[in-house]
Write a protein that binds this ligand. Structure first.
Ligand code: BES
Ligand code: MN
Ligand code: MN
Length: 460
């Protein structure tokens, strides 16, 4: 019945998503503020058409939150759906094969039935919109088995800084039994999986200042400390020859994965060769003693995200720069505290600076790691839902990405989150030519109602 409804409305479900993807809701760049607003308005309209009891655009200090709810029976459990309508900047724009905000459908090797190419197609407009359409299908076929609340925010890609205040302020309104999020991935279209953990994030910007002006690199080179050379040395020293991070205390709070859990992880299908081939690299690289999958999910990391300074224009300009900068991210694992790690970084980075330069560290937004126990009722409902729609039991996997608000849901609202994601690593989120499989979009719309169904049954 519900699947028939989805089948019959397939085309419209897709064209609505296409319209949503046309609005460039880039949260990081104030140039797009009006578009961000328009995206919130777009969602409000769609919720209104669905016949929710309530839908509001709620202002924050930053971009607004779209909130909607439908309470069908106070004695039923309530599912609180979280998603984000903001997207990453599209740059570098010249690497897109079609406009980032002009969605097109193309077939790919991994998505033979077609994928929709646009910024936000997978992260997170496509995955978030599945929830509206799944909700529509349940409502229209009289099969909504839980109350539903939705928080769709516009600042996830910039750290969800105002959402924490929002959920504290609207704690009463957000009363629910479980949080449901589709903003992660699964292993492959024929290998369903559920994300059981996310990494946290500590993000800093560093500046190394040498002489009070750029100098002639012939007259001064060799005698005056070069901030770029120094920055490069300092960054290099943050990892040893085993790619172990050298910041004192960095690993102190790491909750190590048990050998049983690591053995379980190793069962997930993974080809090192295919991984390298997809990225055009000869081999992988990372912390000694851990597999590629482990390095990317259950181990903390330190990566330079950007580095600049000196002359980068045409031709050669012989200059010894006065300044060098870098942005550095550290992905954290359960039990590591982003504020503590940022403080450890700052202290260490300042302590290794030579006298010849001045160093400063500016912290940016961070986020805490998250874990969903695989033996919880919520997880069981998600697992049954996936098993029913994919015909295969999903594998629990940890993911390397971060969604800062998830740990706040637990702290402030006392709720566990189910990360029911349908994206693939190859969907190029945050990269040029981001896309989302049509199979994944429709499979998500089919699976979500099954979660409501199994969750309501388990809670009875
Ligand atoms: N949806 C992603 C996070 C993600 C993607 C988790 C795939 C697991 C699998 C989210 O939108 C994101 O990009 N998060 C940022 C957080 C940051 C901006 C604070 C990240 O992980 O870099
Ligand atoms: Mn996302
Ligand atoms: Mn993202």
């Amino acid at each position: 019945m519900i699947n028939q409804y989805i089948q019959e409305n397939k085309e419209r479900f897709l064209s609505e998503l296409m319209d949503l993807l046309k609005i460039p809701s880039v949260s990081a760049d104030p140039k797009f503020n009006d578009d961000v607003k328009a995206t919130a308005e777009f969602l409000k309209k769609r919720f209104t058409e669905l016949g929710v009891d309530r839908v509001d655009i709620i202002e924050t200090k930053g971009h607004p939150v779209v909130y909607a709810e439908k309470i069908i029976d106070a004695s039923l459990p309530t599912v609180l759906v979280y998603g984000h309508y903001d997207v990453q900047p599209a740059d570098p724009i010249e690497l897109w094969h079609s406009g980032p905000f002009e969605p097109v459908i193309k077939k790919t090797e991994i998505h033979p039935e077609g994928a929709i190419f646009a910024r936000g197609a997978c992260d997170d407009k496509g995955q978030m919109y599945m929830h509206l359409k799944a909700f529509e299908a349940m409502l229209k076929t009289d099969s909504l088995s839980c109350n539903a609340k939705f928080i769709i925010e516009g600042e996830e890609e910039v750290g969800s800084e105002n959402l924490e205040t929002f959920i504290s302020e609207f704690k009463e309104m957000l009363t629910a039994d479980v949080i449901l999020v589709s903003d992660t991935g699964m292993i492959a279209n024929d290998v369903p999986s559920i994300t059981s953990g996310l990494r946290g994030l500590s993000y800093v910007e560093v500046e190394v200042v040498g002489p009070n002006r750029d100098l002639h690199s012939g007259l001064y080179g060799g005698a005056v400390a070069n901030p770029i050379n120094i920055l490069a040395d300092m960054i290099a020293s943050l990892q040893d020859e085993n790619k172990h991070i050298t910041i004192p205390g960095f690993y102190d709070d790491v909750l190590e994965c048990s050998s049983d859990e690591r053995a379980e992880m190793a069962k997930a299908p993974f080809s090192e060769e295919a991984y390298c081939k997809a990225l055009d690299i000869a081999e992988t690289d990372g912390e000694k003693g851990f597999s590629t999958l482990e390095r990317a999910t259950i181990r903390p990391t330190l990566d330079v995200n950007g580095i600049w300074g000196g002359y980068i224009g045409e031709g050669a300009k012989t200059v010894l720069p006065s300044k060098a900068n870098a942005k550095i991210s550290m992905r954290l694992v359960p039990n590591q505290d982003p504020e503590k790690i940022t403080a450890l970084f700052q202290k260490h980075f300042e302590s290794i600076a030579p006298e010849s330069v001045k160093v400063s560290v500016t912290p940016h937004h961070g986020g805490e790691p998250a874990l969903t126990p695989v033996d919880s009722l919520e997880y069981k409902a998600a697992s049954l839902a996936m098993e029913e729609s994919f015909g295969k039991k999903p594998i629990p996997v940890r993911s390397g990405g971060s969604i800062p608000i998830i740990s706040m849901f637990e702290k402030v609202l006392g709720l566990k989150t189910i990360l029911l994601g349908f994206g693939l690593d190859s969907d190029a989120i945050h990269s040029p030519n981001e896309h989302y499989g049509l199979y994944n979009y429709y499979k998500g719309i089919e699976t979500i109602p099954l979660f409501y169904k199994h969750y309501a049954a388990i809670k009875k």
